[in-house]
Design a protein around this ligand. Structure first.
Ligand code: ATP
Length: 451
């Protein structure tokens, strides 16, 4: 088995099998926007559900929120986004770093060992006045006062609701607020399929803690989040944490640890875990005139908490799972099969149910088994074409198990279960089928990596 994953081939598979389609494709498409097809929407939901379970529902110290995308324009003025993104910028087409055109001589290329912008071999774009936020108008009056923005991050929706959450629940510092939602950035450098989009979804946690305990919580969340990535079945050999250098960090961050994945093009960020200090809450406290502190009863004083922010992209997670799962495997007979080794817990379809042939009562028996299994697993029934073709379609869809009904099933009720990863087949009695599948799902581990 070789590491043959390339982005173009993965993108082709996502289209072929109905995971991801380029947006507005019949009109020539819209750059850096994508639509999720029948299998994709299922996988995306499973990713979000898993994050929500791990970060919000399973924890007593985190609550959830769903803030609106449109917010008062003042939020973005106070947070620094209106001003902070308004500089003339140039982008490096290779390392994707963005530099202030008026400060190029002081800028540092993040790609080591190069130092100056462009030294990594990338071409620099022409400078342009650029604000990465999308603007729109609200209401009937087309004047400046009605300009609002599509949020470029979900975090600000959490900060402005900090007080309301504290007052309406019994949470006490340290605690977190988690949120999943769309964010929009008018990226100048796009590409990498789902890696850099203009409309994407974020899964963000803002964890509020006492100043002075922030370093500890930052370490805690980096570790916690890395473990979550592994729990999705992503190979540990392809994950790492990289601390951002001082010159890479956002202005508000005291420290930032990027969780990185080894993509076909190299290591790149999948999630950032930042220590945002008390920067945002203090800014909103000043900007709104409302107190955003909590009462420290021991110290008898009001304190603005520090914030640790693990921020992951749903779409980037989706792409990461596909890159990690994708394999073009050369079979012993020399043929190549394309297979997605998705974790069985996250596979859009978990069990394919196939009658071997369309006669002798096999379809009827298969439908009976399908109806039973689909109350437990995400199932797909298919009776068209040769069973070999049906297997290979499901290999590409990442379906971990294929249950086939053949002539022996009609005699003794047993079915064959084909394993996607090993292609091995087991004969299983009908009453043992669910326990057999459950055990396989529980015991599943990622394939050994060669890279
Ligand atoms: P990058 O350096 O890759 O542009 P960033 O540091 O700007 O990312 P953050 O602002 O930290 O990203 O956003 C948190 C997460 O949101 C990222 O780790 C990524 O998973 C996701 N994300 C950010 N921008 C995009 C985008 N344009 N398309 C898809 N996902 C994105």
């Amino acid at each position: 088995m070789t590491e043959t994953a390339t982005l173009d081939r993965i993108a082709a598979l996502t289209k072929r099998r109905g995971f991801v389609f380029p947006s507005s494709e019949i009109y020539g498409g819209l750059q850096a926007t994508y639509d999720y097809g029948p299998l994709g929407v299922e996988l995306k939901r499973l990713i979000k559900d898993d994050w929500w379970r791990a970060v919000v529902r399973d924890r007593e110290d985190v609550v959830g929120l769903d803030a609106s995308i449109l917010m008062a324009a003042r939020v973005w003025e106070v947070s620094g986004h209106v001003e902070g993104f308004n500089d003339p910028l140039v982008d490096c087409k290779k390392c994707k770093a963005r530099f202030r055109a008026d400060k190029l001589d002081q800028a540092v290329c993040p790609k080591k060992p190069s130092k100056k912008p462009g030294e990594c071999g990338g071409e620099l774009t022409e400078p342009r006045q650029f604000n990465a936020m999308f603007r729109t108008k609200v209401g009937a009056v087309e004047d400046d006062a009605s300009t609002i923005y599509l949020r470029p991050e979900t975090a600000q929706g959490i900060y402005v609701n900090f007080k309301s959450v504290m007052e309406s629940t019994r949470v006490k510092i340290p605690f977190g607020i988690g949120q999943i939602g769309k964010a929009f950035r008018n990226e100048i450098v796009t590409g990498g399929h789902l890696f850099r989009m203009r409309e994407f979804e974020q899964m963000e946690l803002e964890f509020f803690c006492e100043p002075g305990t922030d370093d500890e919580w930052w370490k805690y969340w980096k570790n916690e989040r890395l473990e979550w990535w592994k729990s999705l079945g992503v190979r540990a050999s392809h994950l790492r944490i990289r601390e951002q250098d001082d010159d890479e960090r956002a202005h508000y961050a005291k420290a930032c640890g990027d969780i990185e994945y080894l993509y076909p093009w190299g290591w790149d960020e999948v999630e950032g875990v930042a220590n945002r200090t008390d920067y945002d809450l203090k800014a909103h406290q000043e900007g709104s005139g409302r107190g955003l502190a909590y009462r420290d009863e021991a110290k008898k004083e009001w304190v603005v908490p520090y914030v640790i922010e693990p921020s992951a992209g749903v779409d980037r997670c989706f792409l990461t799972l596909l890159c990690d799962a994708y394999e073009e495997e050369v079979k012993p007979n020399g043929e190549t099969r394309t297979v997605l080794h998705l974790h069985p817990r996250l596979a859009p379809t978990q069990v394919g149910v196939f009658p071997l042939v369309r006669k002798d009562g096999m379809p009827e028996k298969a439908r009976e088994i399908f109806e039973r299994l689909r109350t437990i697993y995400r199932c797909f029934y298919d009776q068209g074409g040769t069973v070999g073709r049906r297997y290979s379609r499901q290999d590409e869809a990442g379906t971990p198990f294929a249950v086939t009904i053949d002539s022996q099933t009609l005699e003794d009720g047993t079915v064959t279960v084909r394993d996607r990863d090993t292609m091995a087949q087991d004969r299983v009695a009908p009453e043992a089928l669910a326990a057999f599948l459950d055990e396989r799902i529980r015991a599943w581990t990622p394939r050994a990596s060669e890279a």
